[in-house]
Design a protein around this ligand. Structure first.
Ligand code: FE2
Length: 427
């Protein structure tokens, strides 16, 4: 065998396991593999997981914070204005350089699949061109899906539809929209219908920025669900953000979640951006603009977590850590119940795979591509609490990342030197 991982803690399995890899595939998952691998890694009881998946990231905007200016108000609208200013001078080389760097951060944090939204409202479509090149150049390192994303709306300027069609011809894998950003409710509905028409014709998936506002009258996700059901396109669409749902009245939310379930909608919540951008006009008390994560999960709707931004006009923080995003949601969505730790972990792994339609071949299973991470944690709860480092990130059986976590040596008064790693020592 090319590689054998010993003493791995696997999700939802008792005890420790060995994992064998040959020719880039998992070839054995057993209590003990008797043969010696050409290379061996001792996982030492740490959690070995399928890699993280980020189903919502804007790679054309990453690492652009402060250029041309910082967002002073911290609002979504100022973020969109700054992005509009930046687009005028943006070059393909700059987009690619920043995307490449952010991809390195994501991989170092254990992410090996990304769905990126790419702005299609600039007539040159250099954003789409740049990310299509990156998708090809980085394909040995990471899988990338591109969403044609009309940041300014499809009907707020003359050529919106044309540019969306061109983006699909240029290789976008997924079609996006932004109905709440159109001028009127009617144009918002047209936005959704256009996306479904194009997706139906081209066989692509759908992922719409939708109801990303605190406005409780923003109700476009119901239109998505209707289109999914009426066209027989269940399971093919993702609704990103849906923050208005936080503010809907409970009767409407109850009805809506039932329809979303019937439509097999996949929901993507983005804790970083949505915790700072939404409900900005509240004053006090200040609501947080997340969609109804626990209620959706309780009704059996697939919900996953996106990173959304890494240092861009909308969110100036971030380092490409899906565990960090899940940790934030744990707090803001009241998900600190013991059973919710594995649920949160699913939201950055298996649920994202369902949303991106990449579940086949994903996971630590004989026959699958040997992609996995070894976390510096024994279980999901510890990984979420510590926002653990990835000790190893492996793709197709090759080690992409090897991390040596910081060693903290304490010498307290009257004490001997000792190390501290913040881990709970049992017994
Ligand atoms: Fe977004």
């Amino acid at each position: 065998m090319d590689l054998v991982v010993r003493n791995a803690k696997l999700r939802k399995k008792d005890g420790l396991w060995d994992i064998g890899i040959e020719d880039g595939l998992f070839t054995a998952v057993d209590r003990h593999i008797p043969v010696k691998g050409r290379m061996e890694i001792d996982a030492g009881g740490h959690l070995v997981s399928p890699p993280f998946i980020d189903p919502h990231l804007h790679l054309d905007a990453v690492l652009s914070v402060g250029d041309p200016r910082f967002n002073i108000s911290g609002t979504l609208l100022e973020g969109i204005s700054i992005w509009g200013e930046r687009k005028k001078t943006l070059t393909k080389e700059t987009i690619k350089k920043n995307a490449r760097e952010a991809i390195k951060w994501a991989i170092a944090n254990g992410t090996l699949k990304i769905r990126t939204h790419v702005d299609t409202t600039d007539p040159t479509l250099k954003t789409v061109e740049a990310l299509a090149e990156i998708r090809e150049e980085e394909k040995e390192n990471i899988d990338i899906q591109i969403v044609a994303f009309p940041q300014d709306g499809i009907y707020t300027f003359p050529d919106g539809e044309k540019l969306m069609r061109r983006a699909v011809e240029m290789g976008a894998d997924v079609i996006g929209g932004i109905p709440h950003n159109e001028f009127t409710r009617e144009d918002g509905v047209r936005d959704v219908e256009f996306v479904y028409d194009l997706a139906e014709k081209t066989g692509t998936l759908i992922d719409i920025h939708i109801d990303e506002t605190g406005d409780d009258q923003s109700r476009f996700v119901e239109v998505m669900a209707k289109e999914s059901i009426n066209r027989g396109m269940q399971g093919r669409a993702a609704a990103s953000h849906t923050t208005a749902m936080h503010n809907y009245n409970n009767d409407y939310a109850l009805k809506l979640i039932g329809i979303l379930k019937r439509a097999e909608m996949n929901m993507i919540t983005n804790p970083f951006d949505n915790s700072v951008l939404q409900n900005r006009t509240d004053g006090y008390p200040r609501r947080r603009g997340h969609t109804r994560v626990d209620e959706l999960l309780a009704r059996g709707v697939t919900v996953c977590i996106g990173h959304d931004s890494i240092m861009d006009p909308w969110y100036p923080m971030g380092k490409g850590s899906m565990l960090s995003a899940a940790n934030l949601l744990l707090h803001t969505a009241h998900m600190s119940g013991y059973d919710q730790f594995p649920q949160l972990f699913d939201m950055i792994t298996t649920a994202s795979a369902v949303t991106m339609n990449v579940s086949d071949g994903y996971g630590i299973k004989v026959g699958n591509q040997a992609d996995f991470i070894i976390l510096d944690a024994v279980d999901e709860m510890e990984a979420l609490r510590l926002i653990s480092e990835c000790l190893y990130v492996v793709r197709k059986g090759k080690i992409l990342v090897e991390t040596r976590p910081a060693e903290r040596i304490l010498t307290l008064a009257r004490g001997k030197s000792e190390t501290v790693d913040f881990k709970l020592k049992k017994g």
